[in-house]
Design a protein around this ligand. Structure first.
Ligand SMILES: NC(=O)c1ccc[n+]([C@@H]2O[C@H](COP(=O)([O-])OP(=O)(O)OC[C@H]3O[C@@H](n4cnc5c(N)ncnc54)[C@H](O)[C@@H]3O)[C@@H](O)[C@H]2O)c1
Length: 381
């Protein structure tokens, strides 16, 4: 079978997301399945070029996976004609410079979110990318998760009737790093290094809300920094200056109210690390990363408020599991496949830098809402 190779420069591949989700679970997984089958019968074969700052770390990853192409010289990687795509999963603060260089070099770009730290930069990059005539995409992995796929299916099938509200609960306890190592990189907790839960999570909530429920019209947020002292990867104490919790209300077209708590200072008493409850006139659903449960209008109990008696109903047992009905691949891999098809066979693709910019806009307006203590309307870009 004919094979077409596509060179992909992966920058930030030593990081959590770059290594595990993008290299191993996406591109190497595509190779393990024999490449990506294209419409004309050709198999597309991703050829990663690992880019980063540490020669030793890159070599170690390359050796571990039988790869031979790695460099600490981004300019050289971008100058190679066989490299057609530039992918960025560096820390957010380093993204702009590298994306601009890749656009200048005429490469198609695919990037982790947030695409920039502020809206003006995000819009500028989307414009530049359009003007350069390159294809561009931003990671919106949550949309490809089984739980949210099933939720989207319920919306598309009209299960809810009129959707009234969405309640999202995201978070878990991120250890401070003194007596137990933190399970997230320390830059996330320093404002000067591009950290903060609002810039990290609001872009996710934007595409989830926009694509499943509708345009986000306004945001009201309270953002705070609960834990102000943490210990880094080397065990050295530092001031945690970035927000670690964001409590947001998002108004969606059609009168839907979404309220999402995001926190790295909360202990989990839920089934999954993120869960969304959606209530509609005909039924409700609770969706997490993998699972989704529903309760129809016809099976809704009628509890009566009486604090003098123990609860008479086992509420959790009254929900019904939504079946998979399809096979779900890794969400990052599924989106990589769509992006690569977009690049090589012009398949439709809507998760572009403009979508990424709308996510940055929501984060920026959320932070402003918190700072100024007011509701912010979201202008169309
Ligand atoms: N889609 C998602 O669900 C998701 C989840 C987590 C993070 N992210 C995004 O992915 C990006 C990377 O996050 P991560 O958690 O993998 O971070 P990480 O700290 O594990 O990795 C960061 C990468 O950037 C590189 N880097 C380049 N310049 C750097 C510098 N000056 N300082 C520190 N590192 C530098 C590091 O070498 C490393 O390869 C961020 O933009 C983040 O917002 C996305």
């Amino acid at each position: 079978m004919a094979r077409r190779t596509i060179g992909i420069a992966l920058n930030g591949v030593t990081g959590r997301m770059g290594y595990r989700q993008h290299l191993v679970r996406s591109l190497l997984a595509i190779r393990e399945q024999g490449g990506l089958p294209l419409r004309d019968g050709t198999r597309l074969w991703p050829e990663p070029v690992l880019v980063g700052r540490s020669e030793a770390k890159l070599r170690e990853i390359a050796d571990r996976h039988g790869l031979t192409d790695w460099t600490t010289d981004l300019t050289a990687a971008l100058a190679r004609p066989d490299v057609e795509v530039y992918f960025d999963s560096q820390v957010t603060a380093q993204r702009e410079k590298a994306l601009r260089a890749a656009i200048d070099a005429g490469k198609h770009i695919y990037t982790e979110k947030p695409i920039a730290e502020d809206l003006a930069t995000a819009v500028d990059m989307a414009r530049l990318a359009d003007a350069a005539g390159i294809k561009h995409g931003v990671v919106q992995d949550k949309l490809f998760l089984p739980g949210l796929r099933k939720l989207a299916r319920l919306v598309e099938g009209g299960f809810f009737g009129r959707i009234l509200s969405v309640r999202g609960e995201f978070g878990y306890w991120v250890f401070e790093g003194d007596w137990q190592a933190a399970q997230r990189p320390s830059w996330n907790y320093r404002a000067a290094d591009g950290g903060g839960i609002t810039v990290d999570m609001f872009p996710h909530w934007h595409y989830v809300l926009e694509q499943i429920f509708g345009t986000v019209k306004a945001v009201t947020a309270h953002v705070t920094n609960h834990i102000d002292r943490r210990w880094d990867e080397a065990g050295v104490g530092y001031d945690a200056t970035a927000d670690d919790a964001a409590y947001g209300i998002f108004e969606i077209e059609g009168g839907i109210v979404a309220q999402i708590n995001s926190s790295w200072a909360v202990r989990v008493y839920r089934d999954e690390l993120v869960e969304f409850q959606v209530d509609g006139t005909e039924g409700s659903a609770v969706a997490g990363l993998r699972n989704c449960r529903v309760q129809h209008r016809a099976t809704t109990p009628k509890p009566v408020w009486n604090p003098d008696l123990p609860a008479t109903e086992d509420f959790r047992s009254q929900w019904q599991v939504v079946p998979d009905n399809e096979e779900f691949d890794n969400g990052f891999k599924a989106q990589w496949e769509l992006f690569l098809r977009h690049v090589v066979e012009d398949a439709p693709y809507t998760w572009d830098l403009w979508a990424g910019a709308r996510g940055v806009q929501l984060a920026e307006l959320g932070l402003r809402s918190a700072r100024e203590g007011r509701r912010m309307e979201i202008p169309e870009l």
